[in-house]
Design a protein around this ligand. Structure first.
Ligand code: FAD
Ligand code: NAI
Length: 478
């Protein structure tokens, strides 16, 4: 006998768990099947984001930044600390506690909203009339058949493997291993100067590792605005101390007993050999569709293995939807969640809309990097005439008081209509500042709108205000 639900979500990450909560709020009998377990083998909801992604990485970034401040900038404030020591085990324990609080919070929200949670892997089995039959292989060894009127696939993504090397999470690490290194490695290699490589490289560099990042592309942070990417590269190499080699071609990787040797050809064409105590592989992620048994019901996948969906997250099958990392678009938690909410509301007959043009990007390095909308190079390529306003944090009183006066805010606005087309920030709390730009763009604001809004003084947001004034050539403090 199968259990019957209106909506079943496969995957309990920020796409899936949010979709399940919203579906339950809308009155649907809802279940979520999620495979992730914690160290004790218990279900740990929240997917990559809460278990081995966004939240633990930010916990370690904060710990390592605090360590760095105590060791290097407290003296500026007149605070003497003596020798600052890092207890890596305590840092990792704190990270685990934060994960447990967050994942436990999702379990609480499921109970509160009456979402039934299955701990195990879910796959399509067959169709029964209009309904879909799913098979859940549960962590306790049992198998459950579940019938659903609507299915939301939210199975997320996993690390892309580098050919010729196996991730063992001892010497060769993916994101999971990179978040759990038990002692500061002397020499840390990172393959891929993307978001994970830069964030995790920053953590271990601040704690004392020599970190070398090997990147295949000749350019650095190709998706970011060129000027921001150049500035970020300068800060990350000169201040943080990362060694970033772009334009490399990775060759043979040999895993020894205690270290890893990476052979590569550098940008100048010279053969190089580097030995690391740990090697992080962060060359992108691939969608989790292999375990879905998509063929059983004819669910269409793309050539890249994603579930094929339209703008509204509809698949080729009636009443089967897919959201988050498993579908096209940026692999970001907030994008996954918004898609999840929108799908639940569409199932309820509502007409929600996710604006993919205003999805913000944040990289939590020091200083932080954040942007929304078009870059200058994109505007040039599409022939859009624009004006720009820019303001340096070195002229912002709050940034100086914080001791974080690096970087700038840049606003790009349409030359004729003045509508804001993009905002690019490298600097302190860029992750928070970008929200004002997102709201403004969502309401089709002009740079003049931001220029006319009162911003608190002293605050970092004044830099955004000044950048808006700059679009009209009238910054006040530079
Ligand atoms: P996931 O979070 O991957 O969740 C999918 C869930 O489905 C998992 O629990 C998985 O076990 C489960 N699952 C898979 N297959 C099955 C199956 N057949 N049956 C049952 N369960 C299944 N994004 C940001 O926006 N900000 C950040 O700061 C950020 N930091 C990151 C840091 C790291 C180190 C990493 C790796 C990622 C980070 N991301 C960040 C990306 C973010 O984690 C993802 O975009 C987000 O988690 C995607 O959500 P999702 O729900 O689509 O999938
Ligand atoms: P990524 O796509 O950000 O970067 C991968 C990098 O590896 C690219 O620069 C790519 O050119 C390079 N690369 C690919 N193949 C290579 C090879 N063979 N040799 C050397 N370099 C190679 O992927 P990453 O860092 O693995 O992160 C995955 C996703 O997780 C990101 O795209 C992002 O969506 C998400 N994420 C988001 C964060 C945030 O929002 N702050 C933080 C961490 C991850």
């Amino acid at each position: 006998m199968s259990q019957q639900f209106d909506v079943v979500v496969i995957g309990g990450g920020p796409g899936g768990y949010v979709a399940a909560i919203r579906a339950a709020q809308l009155g649907f009998k809802t279940a979520c099947i999620d495979a992730t377990s914690n160290a004790e083998g218990k279900q740990s909801l929240g997917g990559t984001c809460l278990n081995v992604g966004c939240i633990p990485s930010k916990a370690l970034l904060q710990s390592s930044e605090n360590f760095h401040h105590a060791a290097h900038s407290f003296a500026d404030h007149g605070i003497s600390t003596g020798t600052v020591k890092m207890d890596v085990a305590q840092m990792l324990k704190r990270k685990e506690e934060i994960i447990a609080k967050n994942t436990g919070g999702i379990a609480f929200l499921f109970r509160k909203n009456k979402v039934t949670s299955f701990h195990g892997t879910g796959a399509f089995k067959s169709k029964n009339g209009d309904k879909y039959v799913l098979e859940a292989k549960l962590a306790d060894g049992k198998t459950e058949l579940i019938e659903a009127s609507h299915v939301i696939v939210a199975t997320g993504s996993s690390v892309r493997q580098l050919p010729g090397v196996t991730i063992d999470n001892k010497l060769v690490l993916d994101n999971e291993g990179a978040l759990a290194i038990p002692a500061v490695p002397k020499r840390l290699g990172v393959i891929g100067a993307g978001v994970i490589g830069l964030e995790m490289g920053s953590v271990w560099k601040r704690l004392g590792s020599e970190v070398t990042v090997l990147e295949a592309m000749p350019t650095f942070l190709g998706a970011a605005d060129d000027q921001v990417a150049r500035e970020a590269l300068k800060f990350l190499t000169k201040d943080t101390g990362l060694v970033i080699n772009t334009g490399v071609k990775i060759g043979e990787i040999k895993v020894g007993k205690k270290d890893v040797t990476v052979n590569y050809v550098d940008a100048a064409g010279a053969e190089q050999k580097a030995v690391y105590d740990k090697l992080i592989v962060s060359i992108g992620r691939i969608p989790n569709t292999a375990g879905l048994n998509a063929d059983a019901v004819g669910l269409k996948l793309t050539e890249r293995g994603q579930v094929e969906v339209d703008d509204d997250c509809r698949t080729n099958l009636p009443n089967v939807w897919a959201v988050g990392d498993v579908v096209r678009g940026p692999m970001l938690a907030h994008k996954a969640s918004e898609e999840g909410v929108a799908v639940a509301e569409r199932i309820a007959g509502q007409h929600p809309h996710v604006d993919f043009n205003t999805v913000p990007w944040v990289i939590y390095t020091s200083p932080e990097i954040a942007w929304v909308g078009k870059t200058e190079q994109q505007l040039k390529a599409e022939g859009t005439e624009y004006k720009k306003g820019q303001f340096l944090f070195s002229a912002n009183g709050r940034a100086l008081a914080l001791g974080e006066a690096k970087g700038f805010v840049k606003m790009l606005a349409d030359k004729k209509t003045d509508r804001i087309l993009g905002v690019h920030i490298v600097g302190p709390f860029a992750s928070e500042l970008i929200s004002e730009a997102v709201v403004a763009m969502e309401f089709s604001a002009s740079s003049e709108d931001i220029a006319r809004i009162v911003h608190a003084h002293p605050s970092l947001s004044e830099a955004l205000h000044e950048a808006a004034l700059g679009c009209d050539g009238r910054t006040l403090h530079s």
